[in-house]
Design a protein around this ligand. Structure first.
Ligand code: CS2
Length: 457
């Protein structure tokens, strides 16, 4: 039976197609109502290719022995210029979930996590709410149409790496709606749920190496994706009646997902960003290369076990085992996960990945010298890119380049309130630790600082 379309997804990039689509592909074996409509309103490439391949593409699982599967979870495809069809679909009562992977920056949030009303997309959406550019604008428009048609809301499901991602999205959509339709804001706040969700699977960007590997297996595929074998998806158990049975497809539905979400963001993503900035300064290319560098791998492990895990206690999870598994996943040589990919969008990633941990440590009166090292490494990375004229892929890219070229890049970066809240940046224990780590890295090199960081408890 041909699957129906019950999910609309904004941002069908590699992560969505390797992770969520794999769960939905399994779900469809039992319940054909939940096919995904892929929406990419800015870049046509992926949706056009998906359309050409009737929604089928190869998922390569790269672990000890590679394996390959064909996924077919997507039923409809919308690119730029198809906004009216997307709007009609969001009004379809069969659509119950509207999910998104648009990266942290795609939600147009200001430092602190609430909607940035000065963001150009939000300004444009407020001027033309019927022609939204942002996901926030789309969700509000779709929910408005549902309300006007007397329908129940769909459930927006954020699948990006932000702490309390559903709460943040819900507040952003309601705050946005309040500017032009307070009744809609109240209806959204009263009727719609925005589940928090933790997503996890290491998914490198598709490159020629993957295309060749898939081709050698006999698949003629322009848009394969790859990931490690490990995958997890934990969703706050608040989906309304009539939602798909995601638990039946391997999703963990949990009452309180904060512990999972924090552990994943601070341990896995925090260590990933640490490996990325330090690894790039040391001349490494991939995560597994960085993990093969004993000083760097040792530092990352020490940071996790002595600093990050403490920020998560008490936790219902077995964090030591979780940390061991993550370190093993980072060593997977079959995944060529580029450090430069992880280094993107540092201004958006640092707060959830490292600064939250630092805030907890400071509140508990613990030292933050080691935790300051990756923050200093980010600053030196920005400085290096800026001074060599290399691109800084980040929504604050131009600002970072200007500050990075300035006389005191570290102080200039710490002054960016979009990244470092005043309470943190103005705490001398933090500011001094970052400046001193940066100064030691400049004087003795990053490796010497990593080795020092292994020494003290
Ligand atoms: C990575 C993540 O690119 C990055 O910044 O840290 O995409 C990471 O691979 C995933 O969150 C793993 O679940």
């Amino acid at each position: 039976m041909r699957p129906g379309t019950g999910i609309v997804h904004f941002g069908p990039g590699a992560f969505h197609r390797a992770h969520q689509a794999d769960y939905v592909d399994r779900l469809l074996q039992h319940d054909p109502r939940w096919g995904i409509a892929a929406v990419s309103l800015r870049s046509p490439g992926t949706v056009e290719a998906l359309k050409r391949q009737q929604g089928r593409y190869t998922l390569a699982i790269l672990d000890e022995a590679p394996s390959f599967r064909t996924l077919a979870a997507h039923t409809r495809f919308f690119g730029p210029g198809e906004a009216e069809s997307v709007r009609a679909l969001l009004r379809d009562p069969a659509v119950r979930i509207v999910s998104s992977t648009v990266t942290e920056k795609g939600y147009c949030l200001a430092g602190g996590g609430s909607l940035d009303f000065d963001h150009p997309d939000i300004l444009s959406d407020l001027a033309h709410p019927e022609r939204p550019a942002s996901v926030v604008g789309w969700l509000a428009l779709g929910l408005r149409d549902r309300r006007d048609a007397g329908l129940a809301p769909f459930t927006p499901l954020c699948c990006d790496n932000m702490a309390s991602n559903g709460d943040k999205l819900g507040a952003a959509v309601a705050d946005y709606a309040r500017r032009f339709d307070p009744g809609l804001a109240d209806w959204i706040a009263g009727e719609a749920v925005f589940p928090n969700a933790m997503v996890d699977s290491i998914t490198p960007a598709t490159d020629d190496r993957l295309r060749a590997l898939v081709q050698a297996e006999g698949y003629d595929d322009g848009i394969p994706v790859s990931r490690e074998a490990y995958a997890a998806w934990v969703i706050e158990d608040v989906l309304p009646a009539g939602a798909p049975n995601l638990a039946g497809a391997g999703v963990v539905m949990a009452k309180d997902i904060a512990a999972w979400e924090k552990a994943k963001l601070r341990i896995l993503n925090g260590a990933h960003s640490t490996l990325a900035y330090l690894g790039l300064l040391l001349g490494h290319e991939t995560v597994s290369d960085a993990m093969a560098d004993a000083a760097l791998a040792g530092f990352a492990e020490r940071l996790i076990r002595c600093d990050i895990v403490l920020s998560l206690a008490p936790s219902p999870l077995d964090l030591e085992t979780y940390a061991t598994e993550i370190l093993a996943r980072f060593r997977n040589p079959a995944i060529g996960h580029k450090l430069s990919q992880i280094a993107w969008d540092g201004s958006q990633k640092l707060p959830y990945r490292l600064l939250d941990t630092i805030t907890v440590a400071l509140a508990a009166g613990r030292p933050v010298a080691r935790l300051a090292v990756p923050v200093a490494a980010w600053a030196l990375f920005v400085e290096r890119q800026a001074r060599s004229g290399a691109e800084i892929v980040d929504p604050l890219g131009e600002t970072l380049a200007r500050v990075g070229r300035g006389e005191d890049a570290v102080a200039g970066l710490l002054a960016l309130r979009q990244v470092f809240p005043a309470a943190l940046a103005e705490d001398p224990r933090f500011a001094d630790a970052v400046s001193s780590a940066a100064a030691r890295m400049r004087a003795a090199g990053p490796r010497a600082v990593l080795i020092e960081g292994l020494g003290d408890a």
